[in-house]
Design a protein around this ligand. Structure first.
Ligand code: AMP
Length: 460
């Protein structure tokens, strides 16, 4: 369906044209008509499907059609979402799609000084995008008045519940008028989300994009069986051998993310971490560097990564295999956005095998096993790979993904023993030093970590 057929206001259509959007994505084609008819919406869609525009466009259309109250001071649309990154992203989308409209949007989230946010609210606004905690804080201080809210959106409802926002959401919604339009979007529909929908939605239009397995079809997914302690070395090895121009690496923990960044730096690979321990400014900077290609590798925890909307991500690396299969789908959805293709690589330690099985159950297909494993057998058990790499290559310069001749030569050079990035691990310790190779063979049956093996995909 073309946007021009949807009956959206002309200024919105002009903005879409300048974004080169012509065809509505499936979730947009399904959600926009009932949303424009002011129906409540229950949407099952994950990030990357175009769900932001699915609610933002009808909201802009509605607010533009009936210009605001005389004071213009009170928001008429409220979008609640789980993280600051997502909040910024949504506000940015409103700004982009509404650039020819005289509507104001403000975004508020925790972790930063509240004063600029309070000032933005005082100046007057039409659309408020907020994370629940900070919004409730400001409400409790009497700084936000939500009595004029006509449209409420709960975005990524499953994640908001996961993050424990349910009580804040209830308190916020209790302050809204009951005759309003409510749209709830969630990547998954567990019972808690359905309950929330029953509580807040009236006779909603239910819209749903294809099962996640179908969405994931554009993504080449593969798994490497690799012991935890060799994952950092494998990542650096892959970076050296694949064209990982813009890669996002997911780790389970914040410290894990920092460790990966340290290791990559020690191997001369630019990367930055983004997680809850980083200041808002540091997170924004890291995202900007990633977007502008200054940093080819972004290492993120799941929560911090919500709302990262960067086009052109070539590779997603599941450095730790999450025990929530839905999270895997969220993660890999960072690549192959808006019709592009992408690659998702998962690193699976023996302990994570049940997680892999659960993921395969959810996506309803096995993930191909990649046998392109470098040799880790000589890696000492208790030492950090980075230290070995440093011993051998003490002053390796930083490299840019699209940088100089040396980089591209390296990428195309045969992985000879002399230049192999894991050269540092070989011969450093004797056999029987906690050899991961032996461990892998016991665990996975077939020998798939042969020295010098070239990339080869296969099914178990
Ligand atoms: P979302 O799922 O809302 O995070 O959107 C995913 C990405 O798709 C964003 O980068 C949007 O800019 C882009 N996008 C959304 N709708 C369309 C569309 N109809 N045509 C092309 N790109 C789109």
């Amino acid at each position: 369906m073309q946007f021009a057929e949807l009956g959206l206001a002309q200024p919105i259509l002009r903005a879409l044209v300048s974004e080169a959007y012509e065809t509505a994505t499936p979730i947009q084609a399904q959600a926009i008509p009932p949303a424009m008819a002011r129906r409540d919406i229950l949407g099952c869609a994950q990030t990357g499907t175009g769900k932001t525009a699915a609610f933002a466009l009808p909201i802009l259309h509605r607010l533009a059609a009936a210009p605001g109250s005389a004071s213009g001071a009170k928001p008429r649309a409220l979008v609640l979402c789980p993280t600051r990154e997502l909040a910024n992203q949504i506000a940015q989308s409103f700004a982009t799609y509404g650039k020819h409209l005289a509507l104001r949007c403000a975004v508020i989230f925790g972790g930063v000084n509240q004063n600029p946010q309070a000032q933005a609210i005082r100046r007057g606004l039409d659309i408020l995008v907020a994370t629940p905690g900070r919004l409730l804080d400001l409400m409790n201080q009497g700084l936000v008045d939500l009595t004029k809210i006509e449209v409420l959106v709960l975005d990524e409802a499953d994640r908001m519940l996961d993050m424990g926002f349910i009580h804040d959401i209830r308190r916020i919604v209790a302050k809204l008028r009951t005759e309003r339009q409510t749209m709830l979007f969630s990547a998954t529909m567990p019972t808690e989300v359905r309950r929330l929908a029953e509580m807040f939605l009236k006779n909603p239009a239910v819209v749903q994009v294809a099962h996640v397995a179908a969405t994931a079809d554009a993504i080449a997914q593969s798994v490497y069986f690799v012991p935890r302690r060799s994952k950092a070395a494998l990542l650096a090895h892959l970076y050296d051998h694949l064209s990982m121009a813009r890669t996002i690496v997911f780790t389970r923990t914040k410290h894990g993310a920092d460790r990966v960044v340290r290791h990559l730096h020690s191997r001369g690979i630019r990367s930055e971490a983004i997680h809850g321990n980083k200041s808002q400014n540091a997170r924004q900077r890291a995202l900007e560097n990633f977007r502008s290609n200054k940093t080819p590798v972004l290492v993120a925890t799941d929560i911090a990564s919500r709302g990262i909307d960067v086009d052109g991500i070539t590779h997603v690396v599941n450095y730790d295999l999450t025990d929530e299969p839905e999270t895997y789908v969220h993660r890999i959805g960072r690549t192959a956005r808006a019709g592009a293709s992408g690659v998702a690589l998962s690193f699976c330690d023996p302990e994570e095998l049940p997680n892999l099985k659960a993921i395969e159950r959810l996506i309803r297909k096995p993930i191909a096993v990649c046998k392109d494993l470098p040799t880790f057998e000589a890696e000492p058990v208790h030492q950090q790979p980075a230290r070995h790499a440093n011993q051998h290559q003490p002053h390796r310069p930083m490299r840019h993904p699209h940088g100089g001749e040396q980089r591209s030569n390296e990428r195309h050079a045969p992985a000879s023993a002399a230049r192999h990035p894991l050269q540092a691990f070989r011969g450093k310790s004797g056999k029987g030093s906690g050899n991961s190779f032996e461990q892998k063979r016991r665990w996975n049956g077939p020998k798939h970590a042969q020295r010098g093996a070239r990339p080869q995909m296969g099914r178990r």
